[in-house]
Design a protein around this ligand. Structure first.
Ligand SMILES: *Cc1c(COP(=O)(O)O)cnc(C)c1O
Ligand SMILES: [Zn+2]
Length: 429
């Protein structure tokens, strides 16, 4: 183990505060709470200035001083992060929000938010001498692990449930990882991988490397505030699977405030989005409890966030409540409508998890949760091309016609001719 630089203190239990040495371990020996990377912010502060960050790389690694990687060697990167923050004017108009923004994380190298976390995990694992980069995955994580393993020269090992969407399997297989398909749910896969991680000297991104992996999530919130002119929004809508990223967005906001990187103000409400077909966190929130009752058989098209037994679920409930946010679940039809609404108003095609986020956003907006001038940001975490099957039977594809002008005019596609638009063009020209 290399000696840790001064800015990284070690690992610390989020539940009881007990410290642990920096290493590939993620559970507190005392209370089984989750271990997190702890920093000495007096060491971080001189490095974390707006000027230094803005002059940094055009990737999430401009926030390197707040990530657990400190080596001569460049991190394992495919240019992840610094994704567009889109001012959603047309969607905002429909929802009565003048300051609605979408953080479009589908624009990452493997088209999901997971590239942020895997870039950190792969960098740390390679530096520590691991040879295998592994994960238990609902799809997007496998995709990212396979790509970053190829990029770093580590061997990739991805363990997935056997019924994943084809749109997630093929783009993973192309990177040639070792792929293990398991008959069972994601929670079965995760349990199996925990047993493997105990026995084998492999780096599992979301198990023994979790403290390092999860830190990468913070960059999504760092960038959002930077792109808002170093201001915090009033509310952020975040999809919740294990709850890992939700918890880290709260940590990111604490760090931005503590380091005085953002203008002072009330920290945002953090709101979680789940699919009703697998909503253990929303259910606990609605009952006013923090205890999570696992969902044994998730039933939703939003596969990438269908985790029945979410490890950080209790903390999500606690943080949502403390911030003034909510955790809400939406029905299957709303999820598909959410995908379509986003596509038709903003030109952004998101996967089913993004459909969940947009559906929660739309439902809360229509219930009058926000004033017209509230700054609301929704995190769009994955690309629609990975889950095209979910829209089967909903997208209109016309019958083909001959390549003749007469045929086009006769078909009058979409009633464009009747609306008289070609004539209007001619008159204007
Ligand atoms: C993994 C994932 C999330 C959130 O995951 P957490 O386990 O809650 O951190 C959200 N959206 C997409 C598309 C994902 O792949
Ligand atoms: Zn503890």
């Amino acid at each position: 183990m290399t000696t840790a630089p001064a800015r990284i203190v070690g690992l610390r239990c989020r539940a009881c505060g007990r410290g642990a040495p920096l290493g590939p371990t993620h559970v507190c020996e005392l209370c089984f709470g989750p271990l997190e990377v702890a920093y000495d912010y007096t060491e971080v502060a001189p490095l974390a200035t707006r000027a230094a960050i803005e002059a940094g790389p055009t990737s999430m690694w401009r926030y390197r001083m707040l990530l657990p990687y400190e080596a001569e060697e460049a991190p394992v990167s495919l240019g992840e992060g610094l994704t567009p923050l889109v001012h959603a004017e047309r969607l905002g108009e429909q929802l009565g929000l003048r300051r609605l923004y979408l953080k479009n994380d589908s624009q990452n190298p493997t088209n999901s938010f997971k590239d942020r976390v895997v870039s950190v995990a792969a960098s740390w694992a390679r530096q520590q001498g691991f040879q295998v980069l592994a994960c238990a995955s609902t799809g997007n994580l496998a995709n990212a692990v396979a790509a970053y393993a190829a990029r770093s020269g580590l061997r990739g090992l991805v363990v997935i449930p056997d019924d994943l969407e084809p749109g997630k399997v093929a783009p993973t297989a192309v990177f040639d990882p070792v792929m293990v398909r398991v008959r069972g749910t994601y929670d079965d896969v995760n349990r199996l991988c925990s047993e493997l991680a105990d026995r084998m000297p492999w780096g599992f991104c979301n198990i023994n490397l979790r403290p390092f992996y999860s830190e990468g999530s913070k960059t999504l919130t760092f960038e959002t505030c930077e792109q808002l002119g170093w201001r915090m929004p009033d509310e952020i809508v975040i999809p919740v699977a294990s709850g890992c990223q939700f918890v880290k967005h709260a940590k990111a906001l604490d760090e931005l405030r503590q380091l005085e990187l953002v203008e002072p103000g009330r920290p945002p409400r953090l709101t979680g989005a789940q699919a009703r077909g697998c909503a253990p966190v929303a259910t606990a929130f609605e009952r006013g409890e923090t205890h999570i009752v696992p969902v044994r058989e998730p039933r939703t098209v939003a596969r990438s966030i269908a985790i029945g037994n979410p490890s950080d679920g209790s903390d999500v409930v606690r943080l949502a409540r403390a911030s003034g946010g909510v955790v809400t679940a939406v029905e299957e039809e709303e999820i598909l409508e959410g995908i379509e609404l986003l596509a038709r108003t903003e030109g952004i095609f998101t996967e089913t998890a993004g459909g969940v986020t947009v559906a929660v956003l739309a439902r809360l907006a229509r219930q009058g949760r926000w004033s017209r001038d509230a700054t609301v940001v929704a995190y769009i975490t994955g690309h629609g091309l990975k889950t095209v099957g979910a829209l089967e039977g909903r997208t209109r594809v016309p019958e083909p016609i001959p390549a003749r002008l007469r045929a086009v005019l006769a078909a009058d596609p979409g009633g464009l001719l009747e609306a008289g638009q070609p004539a209007a063009r001619r008159a204007a020209g």
